[in-house]
Design a protein around this ligand. Structure first.
Ligand SMILES: Cc1cc2nc3c(=O)[nH]c(=O)nc-3n(C[C@H](O)[C@H](O)[C@H](O)COP(=O)(O)OP(=O)(O)OC[C@H]3O[C@@H](n4cnc5c(N)ncnc54)[C@H](O)[C@@H]3O)c2cc1C
Length: 214
Protein backbone atom coordinates (compact mmCIF):
# COMPACT_ATOMS: atom_id res chain seq x y z
CA UNK A 1 0.00 0.00 0.00
CA UNK A 2 1.43 3.45 -0.88
CA UNK A 3 2.39 5.81 1.89
CA UNK A 4 0.42 9.03 2.02
CA UNK A 5 3.61 11.04 1.56
CA UNK A 6 4.53 9.36 -1.75
CA UNK A 7 5.04 11.88 -4.53
CA UNK A 8 6.42 9.51 -7.16
CA UNK A 9 4.48 6.81 -9.00
CA UNK A 10 4.56 3.43 -7.31
CA UNK A 11 6.73 1.85 -10.01
CA UNK A 12 9.79 -0.35 -9.56
CA UNK A 13 12.80 -0.74 -11.81
CA UNK A 14 15.83 -2.89 -11.15
CA UNK A 15 18.63 -4.59 -13.03
CA UNK A 16 18.28 -8.25 -13.90
CA UNK A 17 21.18 -10.51 -12.93
CA UNK A 18 23.06 -9.79 -16.16
CA UNK A 19 21.31 -6.52 -17.00
CA UNK A 20 24.26 -4.16 -16.56
CA UNK A 21 26.40 -3.97 -19.70
CA UNK A 22 29.86 -5.30 -18.90
CA UNK A 23 33.02 -3.21 -19.29
CA UNK A 24 34.01 -5.63 -22.06
CA UNK A 25 30.81 -4.88 -23.97
CA UNK A 26 31.54 -1.14 -23.79
CA UNK A 27 35.07 -1.76 -25.09
CA UNK A 28 33.74 -4.08 -27.81
CA UNK A 29 31.22 -1.47 -28.95
CA UNK A 30 33.97 1.15 -29.21
CA UNK A 31 36.20 -1.33 -31.05
CA UNK A 32 33.31 -1.98 -33.46
CA UNK A 33 33.19 1.75 -34.13
CA UNK A 34 36.95 1.75 -34.70
CA UNK A 35 36.57 -1.01 -37.29
CA UNK A 36 34.68 1.53 -39.36
CA UNK A 37 37.32 4.25 -38.90
CA UNK A 38 40.82 2.81 -38.51
CA UNK A 39 43.12 1.69 -41.28
CA UNK A 40 44.75 -0.91 -39.02
CA UNK A 41 44.06 -4.56 -38.17
CA UNK A 42 41.43 -5.05 -35.44
CA UNK A 43 43.90 -6.81 -33.08
CA UNK A 44 46.25 -3.86 -33.13
CA UNK A 45 43.82 -1.41 -31.57
CA UNK A 46 41.51 -3.68 -29.56
CA UNK A 47 44.13 -5.25 -27.29
CA UNK A 48 45.14 -2.00 -25.56
CA UNK A 49 41.74 -0.32 -25.63
CA UNK A 50 40.94 0.94 -22.12
CA UNK A 51 37.46 1.55 -20.73
CA UNK A 52 38.05 5.31 -20.47
CA UNK A 53 39.26 5.49 -24.10
CA UNK A 54 36.24 3.41 -25.18
CA UNK A 55 33.84 5.80 -23.40
CA UNK A 56 35.57 8.79 -24.99
CA UNK A 57 35.33 7.20 -28.44
CA UNK A 58 31.65 6.27 -28.01
CA UNK A 59 30.86 9.83 -26.90
CA UNK A 60 32.39 11.02 -30.20
CA UNK A 61 30.34 8.45 -32.13
CA UNK A 62 27.17 9.87 -30.53
CA UNK A 63 28.24 13.41 -31.49
CA UNK A 64 28.77 12.27 -35.10
CA UNK A 65 25.40 10.48 -35.14
CA UNK A 66 27.13 7.13 -35.82
CA UNK A 67 24.66 5.49 -33.44
CA UNK A 68 24.46 1.98 -34.90
CA UNK A 69 27.63 1.27 -32.89
CA UNK A 70 25.48 1.60 -29.73
CA UNK A 71 23.42 -1.41 -30.78
CA UNK A 72 26.27 -3.59 -29.47
CA UNK A 73 25.49 -2.49 -25.88
CA UNK A 74 22.51 -4.19 -24.24
CA UNK A 75 20.62 -3.37 -21.03
CA UNK A 76 18.11 -5.56 -19.23
CA UNK A 77 15.64 -4.35 -16.57
CA UNK A 78 12.91 -5.84 -14.43
CA UNK A 79 10.05 -3.34 -14.27
CA UNK A 80 6.81 -3.25 -12.30
CA UNK A 81 4.19 -0.76 -13.45
CA UNK A 82 0.49 -0.44 -14.23
CA UNK A 83 -1.08 -2.01 -17.30
CA UNK A 84 -1.75 1.43 -18.76
CA UNK A 85 1.95 2.32 -18.56
CA UNK A 86 3.06 -1.11 -19.77
CA UNK A 87 0.93 -0.65 -22.87
CA UNK A 88 2.97 2.46 -23.65
CA UNK A 89 6.20 0.66 -22.79
CA UNK A 90 5.73 -2.18 -25.25
CA UNK A 91 5.01 0.28 -28.08
CA UNK A 92 8.81 0.59 -28.19
CA UNK A 93 9.29 -2.17 -30.73
CA UNK A 94 13.08 -2.08 -30.83
CA UNK A 95 13.29 -4.03 -27.56
CA UNK A 96 12.34 -7.47 -26.21
CA UNK A 97 9.77 -8.07 -23.49
CA UNK A 98 8.45 -10.84 -21.30
CA UNK A 99 5.40 -9.73 -19.36
CA UNK A 100 3.37 -11.25 -16.53
CA UNK A 101 0.31 -13.01 -17.93
CA UNK A 102 -3.13 -12.30 -16.51
CA UNK A 103 -4.39 -15.47 -18.22
CA UNK A 104 -3.09 -17.23 -15.12
CA UNK A 105 -5.45 -16.96 -12.14
CA UNK A 106 -4.08 -14.38 -9.69
CA UNK A 107 -4.84 -13.88 -6.01
CA UNK A 108 -5.05 -10.12 -6.18
CA UNK A 109 -4.81 -7.61 -3.36
CA UNK A 110 -4.94 -3.83 -3.56
CA UNK A 111 -1.11 -3.89 -3.66
CA UNK A 112 -1.51 -5.28 -7.17
CA UNK A 113 -2.91 -1.92 -8.26
CA UNK A 114 -0.65 1.07 -8.91
CA UNK A 115 -1.98 4.15 -7.13
CA UNK A 116 -1.22 7.42 -8.95
CA UNK A 117 0.73 9.83 -6.71
CA UNK A 118 -1.76 12.56 -7.60
CA UNK A 119 -4.38 10.96 -5.35
CA UNK A 120 -4.73 13.22 -2.31
CA UNK A 121 -4.43 11.70 1.13
CA UNK A 122 -8.10 12.46 1.86
CA UNK A 123 -9.09 10.48 -1.28
CA UNK A 124 -6.69 7.56 -0.87
CA UNK A 125 -9.12 5.37 1.09
CA UNK A 126 -11.84 5.84 -1.52
CA UNK A 127 -9.41 5.13 -4.37
CA UNK A 128 -8.25 1.90 -2.74
CA UNK A 129 -11.84 0.89 -1.95
CA UNK A 130 -12.60 1.21 -5.68
CA UNK A 131 -9.64 -1.08 -6.45
CA UNK A 132 -10.97 -3.56 -3.90
CA UNK A 133 -14.30 -3.42 -5.71
CA UNK A 134 -12.51 -4.31 -8.96
CA UNK A 135 -10.92 -7.35 -7.28
CA UNK A 136 -14.29 -8.42 -5.85
CA UNK A 137 -15.84 -8.19 -9.32
CA UNK A 138 -13.00 -10.23 -10.87
CA UNK A 139 -13.40 -12.89 -8.18
CA UNK A 140 -17.18 -12.90 -8.54
CA UNK A 141 -16.95 -13.89 -12.21
CA UNK A 142 -14.35 -16.56 -11.42
CA UNK A 143 -16.64 -17.93 -8.69
CA UNK A 144 -19.46 -18.12 -11.23
CA UNK A 145 -17.26 -20.58 -13.12
CA UNK A 146 -15.98 -18.34 -15.89
CA UNK A 147 -12.45 -18.78 -17.25
CA UNK A 148 -9.71 -16.34 -16.20
CA UNK A 149 -9.67 -15.09 -19.81
CA UNK A 150 -13.22 -13.85 -19.24
CA UNK A 151 -12.90 -12.62 -15.64
CA UNK A 152 -9.71 -10.65 -16.30
CA UNK A 153 -11.63 -8.34 -18.58
CA UNK A 154 -13.08 -6.79 -15.45
CA UNK A 155 -9.63 -5.68 -14.26
CA UNK A 156 -8.79 -2.03 -14.75
CA UNK A 157 -5.76 -0.38 -16.33
CA UNK A 158 -4.19 0.40 -12.94
CA UNK A 159 -3.63 -3.36 -12.37
CA UNK A 160 0.06 -3.99 -11.78
CA UNK A 161 2.17 -5.98 -14.21
CA UNK A 162 5.81 -7.04 -14.13
CA UNK A 163 8.03 -7.41 -17.15
CA UNK A 164 11.61 -7.96 -18.20
CA UNK A 165 12.79 -5.58 -20.91
CA UNK A 166 15.95 -6.05 -22.97
CA UNK A 167 16.98 -3.04 -25.02
CA UNK A 168 20.11 -1.83 -26.75
CA UNK A 169 21.65 1.57 -26.07
CA UNK A 170 20.54 3.06 -29.38
CA UNK A 171 16.91 2.13 -28.83
CA UNK A 172 17.13 3.22 -25.20
CA UNK A 173 18.22 6.67 -26.39
CA UNK A 174 15.06 6.87 -28.48
CA UNK A 175 13.00 5.67 -25.48
CA UNK A 176 14.53 8.31 -23.19
CA UNK A 177 14.04 11.00 -25.85
CA UNK A 178 10.33 10.23 -25.96
CA UNK A 179 9.58 9.16 -22.39
CA UNK A 180 11.89 11.18 -20.16
CA UNK A 181 10.28 14.41 -21.37
CA UNK A 182 7.58 16.39 -19.63
CA UNK A 183 4.77 15.51 -22.07
CA UNK A 184 5.12 11.76 -21.48
CA UNK A 185 2.66 10.07 -19.11
CA UNK A 186 3.87 10.51 -15.52
CA UNK A 187 4.31 6.80 -14.83
CA UNK A 188 6.39 5.81 -17.87
CA UNK A 189 8.27 9.07 -17.32
CA UNK A 190 9.19 7.86 -13.83
CA UNK A 191 10.24 4.46 -15.21
CA UNK A 192 12.50 6.13 -17.80
CA UNK A 193 14.10 8.41 -15.21
CA UNK A 194 14.67 5.54 -12.77
CA UNK A 195 16.37 3.53 -15.55
CA UNK A 196 18.61 6.50 -16.28
CA UNK A 197 19.44 6.85 -12.57
CA UNK A 198 20.46 3.16 -12.38
CA UNK A 199 22.56 3.58 -15.52
CA UNK A 200 24.32 6.65 -14.08
CA UNK A 201 25.11 4.70 -10.90
CA UNK A 202 27.03 2.25 -13.12
CA UNK A 203 29.05 5.03 -14.78
CA UNK A 204 27.22 4.63 -18.10
CA UNK A 205 25.33 7.93 -18.14
CA UNK A 206 27.69 9.24 -20.85
CA UNK A 207 25.66 7.24 -23.40
CA UNK A 208 22.60 9.40 -22.73
CA UNK A 209 23.66 12.68 -21.16
CA UNK A 210 23.16 14.74 -24.35
CA UNK A 211 19.45 13.85 -24.30
CA UNK A 212 18.51 16.49 -21.74
CA UNK A 213 16.37 14.80 -19.12
CA UNK A 214 13.57 17.00 -17.80
C1 LIG B 1 4.03 11.96 -25.66
C2 LIG B 1 3.62 10.75 -26.47
C3 LIG B 1 2.30 10.61 -26.88
C4 LIG B 1 1.91 9.50 -27.66
N1 LIG B 1 0.61 9.38 -28.04
C5 LIG B 1 0.23 8.33 -28.81
C6 LIG B 1 -1.13 8.18 -29.25
O1 LIG B 1 -1.98 9.01 -28.95
N2 LIG B 1 -1.45 7.11 -30.01
C7 LIG B 1 -0.52 6.17 -30.38
O2 LIG B 1 -0.86 5.22 -31.10
N3 LIG B 1 0.76 6.26 -29.96
C8 LIG B 1 1.16 7.31 -29.19
N4 LIG B 1 2.46 7.40 -28.76
C9 LIG B 1 3.39 6.30 -29.08
C10 LIG B 1 4.35 6.67 -30.22
O3 LIG B 1 3.65 6.96 -31.41
C11 LIG B 1 5.33 5.50 -30.49
O4 LIG B 1 4.61 4.35 -30.91
C12 LIG B 1 6.13 5.11 -29.26
O5 LIG B 1 6.61 6.23 -28.59
C13 LIG B 1 7.30 4.21 -29.69
O6 LIG B 1 8.25 5.02 -30.35
P1 LIG B 1 9.08 4.51 -31.58
O7 LIG B 1 8.21 4.01 -32.68
O8 LIG B 1 10.04 5.62 -31.94
O9 LIG B 1 9.91 3.32 -30.93
P2 LIG B 1 10.29 1.89 -31.55
O10 LIG B 1 9.09 1.12 -31.87
O11 LIG B 1 11.25 1.30 -30.57
O12 LIG B 1 11.01 2.23 -32.89
C14 LIG B 1 12.31 2.82 -32.86
C15 LIG B 1 12.55 3.52 -34.18
O13 LIG B 1 12.61 2.53 -35.21
C16 LIG B 1 12.02 3.06 -36.39
N5 LIG B 1 10.87 2.22 -36.74
C17 LIG B 1 10.32 1.24 -35.98
N6 LIG B 1 9.31 0.65 -36.63
C18 LIG B 1 9.21 1.28 -37.83
C19 LIG B 1 8.35 1.14 -38.94
N7 LIG B 1 7.38 0.25 -38.98
N8 LIG B 1 8.55 1.96 -39.99
C20 LIG B 1 9.52 2.89 -40.00
N9 LIG B 1 10.37 3.10 -38.96
C21 LIG B 1 10.22 2.28 -37.89
C22 LIG B 1 11.62 4.50 -36.09
O14 LIG B 1 12.68 5.34 -36.45
C23 LIG B 1 11.45 4.49 -34.59
O15 LIG B 1 11.63 5.77 -33.99
C24 LIG B 1 2.86 8.49 -28.00
C25 LIG B 1 4.19 8.65 -27.57
C26 LIG B 1 4.58 9.76 -26.81
C27 LIG B 1 6.01 9.88 -26.36
Amino acid sequence: MPRETDTLPDIQVQWTESGIPSEESIIDAAAAGMVSRKDEPYESFVKDLSLSRAKEFLTKMIEYGHESVLEHITFQFWVSMSRVASHQQVRHRMASYTQMSLRKKRSLTTDDFVVPPQIKSEDLGEWIADSKQVIDTYEKWLAKGYEVDVARRKLTQEARTDMVMTINARSLRNYFNLRAKHDADFEINAVAKRMYQLICEEGLGFLFEDIGFE
